[in-house]
Design a protein around this ligand. Structure first.
Ligand SMILES: C[S@@+](CC[C@H](N)C(=O)[O-])C[C@H]1O[C@@H](n2cnc3c(N)ncnc32)[C@H](O)[C@@H]1O
Length: 205
């Protein structure tokens, strides 16, 4: 995966994304935003906001910045939030190099993004950097199983990652070692619990 292939993959997917990935990922979005328990005045960064399907789940009074590297996905998000510009800001930005100062947000969330970005380690480092000390991080992703029938399918489609726009082979234990997160909870979400929500606390300074 590289940035160009991500942008190309999501240019292709953007028109049909909501129809297919809207319902498939929806329970995970709702559980995640519910778990975030945002309070009025909270500043939230949503990394890889895509077409903005999660944005309706945030309470009024929460300031949300959504960033994405795909102009095509963001165009759909912009149409969706039309009229909420006072509390939702959308920006074309690479999550591997976030253009905000350290400690800018109370909560930082990435839904279905870390196995898509070219350098997941850099994304996590940036999420931690812009999150306030003691703030909260939320990551939802599919992590590969390593065994069972799904493992064979993941291996089979692995060489197609540029085409499908994500890395099918992405094990949880390797990710947690690499991310070095202070994990508070992990829980399965979406159909068959096939995706995992990770809730972590950003270390105090
Ligand atoms: C599977 S979609 C998820 C979209 C949305 N979070 C949702 O719940 O439907 C992955 C999104 O991550 C974005 N993305 C991938 N790499 C990125 C990066 N380095 N920086 C910002 N966004 C990125 C893609 O453009 C795409 O919109």
């Amino acid at each position: 995966m590289d940035e160009r292939s991500v942008v190309t993959a999501y240019r292709r997917l953007s028109g049909t994304y909501d129809r297919f990935f809207g319902p498939v990922f929806e329970q995970g979005r709702q559980v995640t935003v519910g778990k975030m328990d945002c309070q009025p005045g909270d500043r939230v960064l949503e990394v890889g906001v895509g077409t903005g399907l999660s944005l309706a789940h945030y309470e009024e009074g929460v300031q949300v910045v959504g960033i994405d590297v795909s102009p095509d996905m963001l165009e759909h998000a912009r149409a969706r939030v039309n009229g909420s510009a006072d509390r939702i800001t959308l920006q074309l930005m690479d999550a591997q190099s976030i253009d905000y100062p350290d400690n800018s947000f109370d909560k930082v969330v990435a839904m279905y993004v870390v196995s898509v970005a070219p350098d997941p380690k850099k994304v996590i480092e940036e999420m931690k950097r812009v999150c306030k000390p003691g703030g909260e991080l939320f990551i939802v992703n599919h992590f590969s199983q390593g065994k069972g029938p799904m493992a064979s399918i993941e291996k089979l489609v692995s060489p197609l990652s540029k085409l499908v726009g994500f890395r099918p082979s992405f094990p949880l234990d390797g990710f947690l070692r690499m991310a070095d997160l202070h994990v508070l909870e992990t829980r399965p979400v979406n159909a068959f619990g096939y995706w995992t929500l990770i809730h972590a606390r950003n270390p105090d300074a």
